[in-house]
Design a protein around this ligand. Structure first.
Ligand code: NAD
Length: 484
């Protein structure tokens, strides 16, 4: 059952991966199973000196990796993809154990995560500069691209495999060396991916993994080192802002994938069955612990009651429990704080006049579970509409006009994802143009795809991951003006 965890423990691979060596350290952190609250493993944590050793290792490997033929870099990524797919069940079980998501979400994440290696193995051999004649004809404009250099990659706990591969894939394809700091709640999945990448032939020092708590100063140590040239961060907007300030000291290239507050708009002409199906994916994938999760349901007044009844019925059908039982569809929240924050937001909303059509409570017993919840009659000024819920709670607000729906949808400083359901594609495209979000799902409950540009507008981030744009985040352009 716990194949991958046993493999990591037996091979002594719960340490720091620096320069191809798995090292122990003076510090450690306990990884818990959020479904049982039992300890799964102790993982070594890095000190500032370990962080600098990781930069040394990334630097030592840098020149040779950048000079490695793109085809060879591609083949290593391709083998990594294949090894992830061959081990997908064991990896998915590890994700279930340390994150708590359902098995079907976990296997979905592992396949999605592996796909970044396949996609970027194909991008590695299509890196191109360009040649143009200057408009006034006085020279040729030649652009060359080259890897940005050593990259610091920081990932959150909610997709512990996919957020790592979405960064490592394009970085390696571009010819960069990397230092990954996984989230302290979920370091095991990243260690397992790194272990498989060793088997795939990644040279020592190209992928280094240093687990650490966010507050430990380890990230600062790396970002202060002038040899590091890039920061790619996925996590909260709050921490993203701190790291942007830190990155400014060395004027680093930055890619920031930050928080979301996605509206899910249902127009009066929507196919309601399809909208409910989409809503359940947009809200309940990962039990709501996704930056792309539908955070606010904006439903036209003419269909609000019907939509609320149908969504409540669908939520009531879900089976909640530990993900290791493959029949369970809703797992626990990542930790007690996360579960308590959700409970507080719901309690505030109920105090503010909303009604719980289902849920609104936390069950007893071990595990950080929160019951799937639908809230109706939510006041427009309710905190639950402004904060990222990050849990299985669906607040519903009604609207009367398209303009009102757009204004409500855009009334947030975040702009990652928006959903809209309508049978009128003229309206759909008009709305898509007006929504202030980096990604729009039109009559779809999920649009994430390694071949598509993932990223937010406004305070949801800077840059894109996936697609061709994803590799450009790890390449610098140089310009040569010439005549011959
Ligand atoms: P978080 O910001 O608390 O932590 C993210 C990472 O940063 C972790 O590895 C953490 O250890 C590290 N960190 C925390 N404080 C730090 C500090 N002071 N210095 C250096 N590193 C620090 O986020 P989280 O709780 O792990 O993840 C949830 C958040 O991530 C949500 O806001 C969610 O929307 C966002 N997210 C965004 C995307 C996206 O692609 N836009 C994807 C997934 C999650």
């Amino acid at each position: 059952m716990a194949l991958m965890l046993d493999k990591l423990k037996m091979a002594d691979k719960t340490g720091l991966l620096i320069g191809g060596n798995w090292r122990s350290s003076d510090g450690s952190l306990a990884v818990l199973d959020p479904a049982t609250e039992a300890e799964l493993a102790e993982v070594a944590t890095a000190s500032r000196a370990d962080a600098i050793a990781a930069v040394d290792a990334a630097e030592a490997a840098s020149e040779q990796w950048a000079a490695t033929a793109p085809r060879e870099r591609a083949e290593i990524l391709r083998r990594s993809y294949e090894l992830m797919r061959e081990n997908e069940e064991a990896l998915a079980e590890l994700v279930v154990m340390e994150h708590g998501k359902s098995y079907s979400d976990a296997i979905g994440e592992v396949r999605y995560g592996a796909e970044f290696y396949r996609w970027f193995s194909e991008e590695a051999v299509r890196i191109a500069g360009e040649v143009r004649t200057a408009p006034n004809g006085d020279k040729t404009i030649l652009t060359l691209v080259r890897p940005v250099g050593i990259c610091m990659l920081i990932t959150p706990w909610n997709f512990p495999v996919a957020m790592a591969t979405r960064k490592i894939g394009p970085a390696l394809a571009a010819g960069c060396t990397t230092i990954l700091k996984p989230a302290s709640d979920t370091p095991l999945s990243a260690l397992a991916v790194a272990h498989l990448m060793e088997e795939a032939g990644v040279p020592p020092g190209v992928v280094n993994v240093i687990s650490a708590r966010g507050s430990s100063g380890v990230v600062d140590a790396v970002l202060e080192d002038p040899r590091v040239r890039k920061l790619s961060f996925t996590g909260s907007t709050e921490v993203g802002k701190l790291l942007l300030a830190k990155a400014s000291e060395q004027v680093l290239r930055t890619s920031m994938e930050l928080g979301g507050n996605a509206p899910f708009i249902v127009f009066e002409d929507a196919d309601l069955d399809a909208a409910i199906e989409g809503a359940m994916v947009a809200k309940m994938r990962n039990a709501g612990e996704a930056c792309t999760a539908a955070n606010r349901f904006l439903v036209h007044a003419a269909v609000a009651d019907q939509f609320s009844t149908m969504l409540t019925a669908a939520m009531n059908k879900l089976r909640m429990g530990p993900g290791m039982d493959r029949n369970n569809q809703v797992g626990p929240m990542i930790n007690a704080k996360s579960r308590d924050d959700i409970a507080d937001l719901v309690a505030q909303s109920l105090d503010n006049g909303s009604t719980a059509l289902t849920g609104g409570s936390r069950p007893d017993g071990p595990g950080f579970f929160y019951t799937p919840t639908v809230l109706s009659d939510v006041a427009p000024d309710d905190a639950i509409l402004r904060e990222e819920i990050f849990g299985p709670v669906a607040p519903i607000v009604s609207f009367e006009t398209e303009d009102e729906a757009i204004a409500m949808a855009n009334d947030t400083e975040l702009g990652l994802m928006s959903y809209a359901y309508t049978e009128d594609m003229k309206r759909g495209m008009r709305v898509a143009e007006r929504l202030e979000a980096g990604m729009i799902a039109l009559n779809k409950g999920m649009v994430s795809d390694p071949a598509a540009p993932f990223g937010g507008l406004k305070q949801s981030g800077i840059g894109k991951e996936g697609s061709h744009e994803g590799i450009m985040e790890y390449l610098d352009t140089k310009y040569v003006g010439l005549s011959w």
